[in-house]
Design a protein around this ligand. Sequence first.
Ligand code: SAH
Length: 341
Amino acid sequence: MMESIYNLDIDQLEEYFLSHNCKKFHADQLFSWLYQKRINSYNKVTNIKKDILDELAKDYSLKKLELVKVEKDVDVNKYLFKLYDSEYIEAVLMRHDYGNSICVSSQVGCNMGCKFCESGRRKKVRNLNTYEMVLQILQVEEDIKERISHVVVMGIGEPFDNYDNVIRFIKIINHPKGLQIGSRHITISTCGIIPKIEEFMNFNYQVNLAISLHAPNNELRDKLMPINKVYPLSELMQVLKKYLKKTNRRLTFEYILLDGINDQQQHAQELANLIKGMNAYVNLIPYNDTENLEFNRSKTIQIMKFYDILKKNKVNVTIRREFGSKISAACGQLRSKEESL
Ligand code: SAH
């Protein structure tokens, strides 16, 4: 199969042109054709010589993903794409007052096995290639005919289990001739793969990191998230403190509230103690009910109590605005519906 042109970051394109005895500034030019003018054929390019364009066309494909389904609601669209190997992935567009944000998937399936998560019901089949992430954005923008200003890598998959492709994806979407999405508007969410958090500290972009925490102590986190057995909470917190010191970036803790499991007042207090003094904020997530009967959404009153305790302890906290519970927009839900058809 021919490699996709949307796999290449600007450095790789520069190398390509240099190795074909061309000037490297063609890389910038080609980026604008791809990401700003959105060409669907190399014939449209007017400022690069025909013979090198013919070479490019032989080496790199401009093919898009197959968009198989879009569900639209008031402030959320959900996209189902079919990949070259007949696997499906999802992307979700959310409309905020500050702009359009997209939730991008990073793998087909996921190996992290979080007990409450729909995506994890299917083991990882493969990592997404960079182009398969880039095209989620490009094609959703084409569908809505508007720009997307914010990107969260919080769809199906564990981005830090697909580190190199995700980093290349960030470089492409952030580039001034690429999709021009500001690094402060990009958030990567991980369940806490420590070696990759360490690597990410040295990645020179001001990208936000979100940590799926979901439990304030080791014992409970072990039960909910198998990854905690490999990278336990105390070590995770240590590395995050180092991360904050080094990067000055924003850190978010995601915490899904599960009825009767991690939503008690003692958990809120424990959470406040755990993150005390850290420059971070907590995003409380009302659980999107799934077919998994073991877990239910916390009662609203419990969510409010949890929130109040964090506030009283001077924790920066928000409750996630909800999108798409009507159209199953929580991770993995559209895909799993499609596959059970
Ligand atoms: N693997 C990464 C990114 C994908 S999951 C991570 O763990 O962060 C993105 C977020 O959605 C995670 O915080 C995950 O725990 C959460 N999530 C999973 N299932 C959910 C559900 N049914 N309702 C609400 N949030 C859910």
